[in-house]
Design a protein around this ligand. Structure first.
Ligand code: AMP
Length: 190
């Protein structure tokens, strides 16, 4: 299997790029944010729990997130690979993912970060918030809190994957097509 982690701050374009890459490489796209939003929409217990964190721009606790991710992986036993989008976001999620994949004789093939300046991303998210209906996209304080969560808890993952020689970064500024080409160049050379 080819298992790719798409990495980047909120608004970097992970979801947009995942839509193209999943088709091109026949990967199963797993976005933990999308799965949480689906659960909120359907008023499940998981959704109710996640919403209290998401609305504030805080991360959902690891235990809940890891369990949910594992159950989504289990639903796709015959896939050519996974495109993880928005997961892992903490070191303990990354470690749990490695252990879980190892139990299936699988590994993370590569992590690719979409890089962009905070100011550009905040503007993008506020713009997205006008149409996405996402509470966490509509308030600059909540957006800044999501960046703080990223800097404190998610940024250390870069070191974690660099140590394993699995970290790649591409410039996340440009047209959607240009960025898809940059990401594809990395994947094609893995
Ligand atoms: P996203 O759609 O990736 O921007 O995620 C939206 C929100 O969902 C985040 O701000 C978190 O509250 C929650 N979330 C998504 N993925 C994770 C994760 N891997 N760990 C913890 N919380 C997450």
């Amino acid at each position: 299997m080819t298992n790719i982690v798409l990495f980047g701050k909120p608004g970097a374009g992970k979801g947009t790029q995942a839509e193209f890459l999943k088709e091109k490489y026949k990967l199963t796209h797993l976005s933990t944010g999308d799965i949480f939003r689906y659960n909120i929409k359907n008023a499940t217990e998981l959704g109710k729990l996640a919403q209290t964190y998401m609305d504030k721009g805080d991360l959902v606790p690891d235990e809940v997130t890891i369990k949910m991710l594992q159950s989504e992986v289990e639903k796709n036993p015959n896939t050519a690979g996974f495109l993880f989008d928005g997961f892992p976001r903490t070191i303990s999620q990354a470690k749990a993912l490695d252990v879980f994949l190892a139990s299936k004789n699988e590994i993370i093939t590569a992590t690719i970060a979409l890089e962009a300046d905070d100011d550009i991303l905040v503007a993008r998210l506020l713009d997205r918030g006008k149409t996405s209906g996402r509470i966490d996209d509509q308030d600059e304080d909540k957006i800044r809190n999501r960046y703080q969560e990223y800097n404190e808890k998610t940024a250390p993952l870069m070191g974690y994957y660099k140590e394993q020689n699995k970290f790649h970064a591409v410039n996340g500024i440009g047209t959607i097509d240009e960025i898809t080409v940059r990401l594809s160049d990395v994947i094609d050379n893995l």
